[in-house]
Design a protein around this ligand. Structure first.
Ligand code: L34
Length: 289
């Protein structure tokens, strides 16, 4: 069993991006600038946005964080997005999800200028991604593709089972892995809460992407010997330690890992790669403008 080390891979790619930024700046180009909007006080969201800000600093990007209380109105948020859309210094904008219940996430996503939509959530970017056209690709699935690529994992012709059909992970992941490219060319099956005999599907899978958000859902007896397992889940579960919680993936790691050829850990797997995709999308947005 080998670990797909997202943390180490992310550190390597960050140094590559930092070098590219240096070249751009020394040639008199513009420093890439990411804006992030964080609404409310959710602990996990604060951590993730903090990691994004730090990553920007590490590679030499500018970043701006706009923090708003959970009580703001949808109209206020939409007007702030409009300001950033019109701000020529800002290349990319993300609005960290989830948003408070009274705000319509889809409306917010669609308010972002597709040219600045470095999360790749806007329908224009999703549509282009599906057609295989140049676009911003949703950060988590693209980070997984990058990780498979860096570890030279053969995907062509492999049976891939994706558990979960969310707009930000399951759907784009299924699409990317089935595209005619490398990594890609998989035979993809999307499983979800209504799937019957899930185990029959997963036991037939060469690659499993667990992205349903249920801690330790994927058990050892659901995985075939030699499979590649990608764990997208990251749930804070109460624990008796300093932070009061521990991070748990969607995979029951101790049971599944011994059967795998490759597996991503939680933390240190998919999370850091998500941030890399965001940096790459921001660099691309900056170059496009
Ligand atoms: N708009 N909302 C928007 N874009 C995104 O791309 C996200 N996502 C998901 C949640 N909401 C979003 C993220 O940023 C999940 N996500 C994310 C980003 C980073 C990490 C995890 C999830 C991460 O850094 N994970 C670390 C550990 C984090 C910790 O200590 O809690 C890891 O090693 O997995």
């Amino acid at each position: 069993m080998k670990i797909l080390d997202g943390k180490a891979t992310a550190d390597l790619i960050k140094s590559e991006i930092a070098r590219e930024v240096e070249l751009i700046v020394s040639a008199g180009g513009k420093i890439p600038h990411l804006a992030a909007i964080l609404v409310g006080e959710d602990g996990a969201s604060q951590t993730y946005v903090g990691h994004k800000e730090r990553a920007c600093a590490q590679v030499g990007f500018k970043s701006t964080l706009l923090r708003f209380s959970a009580e703001i109105t949808e109209d206020f948020l939409l007007s702030e997005i409009e300001k950033i859309n019109n701000n020529p210094d800002i290349d990319g904008l993300i609005v960290q999800l989830p948003l408070p219940k009274h705000i319509d996430e889809q409306r917010v996503i669609e308010a972002i200028d597709p040219k600045k939509d470095v999360d790749g959530f806007h329908p224009v970017n999703v549509g282009k991604m599906v057609l295989g056209l140049p676009s911003f690709v949703s950060a988590t699935p693209w980070g997984i593709i990058e990780l498979l690529d860096r570890y030279n994992i053969e995907t062509s012709g492999k049976n891939c089972v994706i558990i979960g059909r969310s707009n930000i992970v399951g759907k784009p992941m299924a699409n990317l892995l089935s595209q005619k490219r490398s990594p890609g060319d998989c035979t993809v099956t999307i499983c979800h809460s209504r799937t019957k005999e899930l185990k029959e599907h997963t036991l037939n899978a060469d690659i499993i992407v667990a992205a349903l958000g249920v801690p330790e859902f994927l058990k050892g007896d659901m995985v075939k010997e030699g499979a590649v397992v990608i764990d997208v889940g990251i749930t804070r579960v109460k624990a008796d330690n300093k932070s009061g919680f521990r991070l748990v993936g969607d995979v029951l790691y101790d049971e599944v890992a011994p059967k795998c050829s490759f597996i991503t850990p939680v933390p240190g797997g998919v999370g850091p790669m998500t941030i890399i995709s965001l940096l790459k999308n921001t660099l691309k947005a900056s170059k496009n403008r």
